[in-house]
Structure formats: structure tokens, C-alpha cells
Design a protein around this ligand. Structure first.
Ligand code: SAM
Ligand code: SF4
Length: 357
């Protein structure tokens, strides 16, 4: 189905179609955070750093990004306060990300602080490099779910895509995760790039069949700092699914929850894979996500060209209520959809590692 059309015709009030900024009506829904298109917003991604120990080609440049200074980055206490305010207004799920979240010192300390909040889910997205040493402390601190990014199981290709020789460390990190049943199923996320990813698809499918991993492919989005994204480089989820089905038939998994991934089980029951298809099958109509950057700016879409600064008010003595109002009015203006597939697409104001993917 063309989900963009579904968005325009089924989901958005017709009076708002074509408008990116629905008019503010001055009314908040009781106890729930919602945007101007009536989408409930429950999912917050918090970036804890813009730095990373990898340089994935689809995300960061080899060199030349300017890092945020220490004083520009929210402290763990500041993140904790903002996270509590977000849960007060309706956020139910928090995922920590970056840059690479595990390169920030004492990450388990933050996890422990956030684990005291009334959340349905506290999770982490990581490249896995430091997981062998950190996984136990993160789980002890209250981490409930983990996504490990791994784009290829082939060592030379891993060096090519991450610009780091670190596949053994990532695999060791994944094995470490297996020791903690509370983290299962461990999600393994691979960015799919045409001409690079096809030959790894069946190996990943076998990983999903033989290990407690749900492997999910993410379509390559125009969020790379090098600005080299080209539509022709997007290997779609449908194409990957077709490759898997040359050997292993798949059956869809019904799931009523808001899911960005299309979930499939192997027909013989041996495991699960998923496809996250933001380019070929946008899921904006059900998007429930917002993001907090490491420097304390609220972003309502990966592709936002504007942000709401929460750090300055936070550091200038704003009350919780004042910050809640800032959050609610920013969320109200959440973009109807991304425009990757539209003429005149305007790139996001930051690249992926600076946003917090
Ligand atoms: N460093 C951590 C990691 O790699 O998992 C967390 C941050 S990273 C920005 C979050 C996710 O975004 C990763 O799964 C990564 O593969 C994905 N990502 C980065 N750039 C992307 C792009 N241009 N298109 C699609 N996914 C991308
Ligand atoms: Fe670092 Fe993650 Fe971006 Fe790779 S995808 S460069 S690991 S932030």
C-alpha cells in the first residue's frame, strides 16, 4: 500500500492535508502527549553524545566533524530531569543512543537513574564495540532491551563500512548480551546499501535462525554527514525479503503495537527478521517518536529542519511546567511526514550521529 497516500487520506484530518504546521488550538489532551495530527507521542530517543568510535560511511565523515564541547552536552542529572518531565507528559519508552552511547563515561549511572522512571521500556542502541565489558553493568543498572548495529558479518566488509577493524569486538559484545535473558530477543540492525548488503542477507538470516537475535534491515536514509546518499543506493526491505525467501519462506507476524519494523517469522518457526522501510514504505502516519539531542534540543522528526532548545531554559531556572509547555508546543508542530520521496526534499539540519538515530 502507498502509505503516504494513506497518511493523506485516512489519517490526517482533510482540513490539514498539505499543511506542515497545523494551527494551535490552545487545548491539550488530558495526560497524553499528542501532535497536531492526533498522533500520540510516547517514544523518546535520547542522544548522550555526538561522538563515536566508528566512522560508518552512511553516517559520519572519516574526519572533520566538530564535536560538542563538554559544557554543551547535557549532564546525566539534566537528562534525568528532562526524562522525568517527558514521562510526566506522556512518554512511555526511552531509548539511549548517540553518536555511540557507550563512549560516554559511566553510562550505567544514567541507565540506573532512568530505570527509576515510570517507563514501559528502557533500551539502548549501540555499535556493540564496548558491550563485552559494559553489558553486565548496564543490565544491573536496569537496561531492558538492546539493539546492536551490525551491517555485515564479513570482516573486510566491516572495515570498509565502519572504517574500523572491529568485527571481533562487536561479535563478542553480542555474545555477552546472550548471557542476559532479560535482554532477549537481542535486536541486530543492519543498514542495507545496494551493492554492499545483498550478499550478506542469507548469512544474516542464518544468524536470526541460529542465535537469539532478531535481525532487522534498515533502509539507507539521506542522513549521512557526507551528503553522498543517492536513491539508487537504497536496497529496499522488499528486495531483501525476496532474497531471504529464495531459501527460507517467511510468514508475517501480526502485531497491534506501533512498530516501525515489519516483522516476519521463518515459516518453520526457526526465528524472526524485520524490515524497517522508511524510504520505500514510509510509516510517518503512525510515528510516535521524538528525539532529544546530546546538547538538549528537542527534534520532532529525524528530518526536522528546526529544533526546540530545552537546555537553555533548563539551565536558566525554568520550572518543570514551563518546560512541559515547550515540549507540548514543539510536539504539536511535529512534521506530518518526511519528504524523502518528494521533489525539493530539504535535508535535515543535522546528520544522523548528531541527531541520535
Ligand atoms: N552508534 C550507535 C549505533 O550505531 O547503533 C547508535 C547511533 S546510530 C546513529 C543509530 C542507528 O542509526 C544505527 O542502527 C545506524 O546503523 C543507523 N543509521 C545511521 N545512519 C543511517 C542512515 N544514513 N540511514 C539509515 N540508518 C542509519
Ligand atoms: Fe557511529 Fe553509530 Fe554512526 Fe556508525 S552508525 S558512525 S557506530 S553513530
Amino acid at each position: 500500500m502507498d502509505r503516504d497516500r494513506k497518511l493523506d487520506t485516512d489519517f490526517i484530518p482533510l482540513s490539514l492535508v498539505g499543511s506542515e504546521s497545523p494551527g494551535w488550538d490552545g487545548e491539550w489532551r488530558d495526560g497524553a502527549l499528542a501532535d497536531g495530527f492526533s498522533r500520540p507521542i510516547k517514544n523518546l530517543r535520547i542522544s548522550v553524545t555526538d561522538r563515536c568510535n566508528f566512522r560508518c560511511t552512511y553516517c559520519m565523515p572519516e574526519e572533520g566533524l566538530t564535536w560538542l564541547r563538554r559544557d554543551q552536552i547535557l549532564s546525566y542529572e539534566e537528562i534525568e530531569r528532562l526524562a522525568r518531565i517527558f514521562t510526566d507528559v506522556g512518554v512511555e519508552e526511552i531509548r539511549l543512543t548517540g553518536g555511540e552511547p557507550t563512549v560516554r563515561a559511566d553510562l550505567p549511572v544514567l541507565v540506573e537513574k532512568l530505570s527509576r522512571l515510570p517507563l514501559n521500556s528502557l533500551s539502548l542502541t549501540t555499535n556493540g564495540f564496548r558491550l563485552k565489558e559494559l553489558c553486565k553493568d548496564l543490565v544491573d543498572a536496569g537496561l531492558e532491551r538492546i539493539n546492536v548495529s551490525l551491517d555485515t558479518p564479513v570482516a573486510e566488509k566491516f572495515v570498509h563500512i565502519t572504517r574500523r577493524d572491529a568485527l571481533p569486538q562487536v561479535l563478542a559484545g553480542l555474545e555477552e548480551c546472550e548471557k542476559y535473558p532479560q535482554l532477549r530477543p537481542i535486536k541486530v540492525n543492519a543498514v542495507a546499501v545496494r551493492g554492499f548488503s545483498e550478499e550478506d542477507v542469507l548469512a544474516f538470516a542464518e544468524l536470526a535462525r541460529n542465535r537469539p537475535y532478531v535481525v532487522r534491515w534498515i533502509e539507507f536514509m539521506p542522513l549521512d554527514a557526507d551528503g553522498a546518499w543517492d536513491r539508487d543506493d537504497v536496497l529496499t526491505g522488499a528486495e531483501i525479503k525476496a532474497i531471504i525467501e529464495t531459501r527460507y519462506p517467511l510468514v508475517p507476524i501480526a502485531d497491534d503495537r506501533i512498530q516501525v519494523a515489519q516483522r516476519y517469522a521463518f515459516a518453520d518457526g526457526a526465528g524472526e527478521v524485520g524490515f524497517i522501510n522508511p524510504v520505500s514504505e514510509p510509516f510517518c502516519a503512525t510515528c510516535d517518536r521524538i528525539r532529544l539531542t546530546a546538547d538538549g534540543h528537542l527534534r520532532t522528526c529525524l528530518f526536522s529542519t528546526w529544533e526546540t532548545d530545552l537546555k537553555t531554559p533548563l539551565r536558566s531556572g525554568a520550572s518543570d511546567e514551563e518546560i512541559k509547555q515547550l515540549i507540548r508546543s514543539a510536539v504539536w508542530r511535529k512534521e506530518m511526514k518526511h519528504h524523502i520521496n518528494d521533489p525539493g526534499f530539504q535535508p535535515a539540519s543535522r546528520s544522523m550521529s548528531q541527531i541520535g538515530g
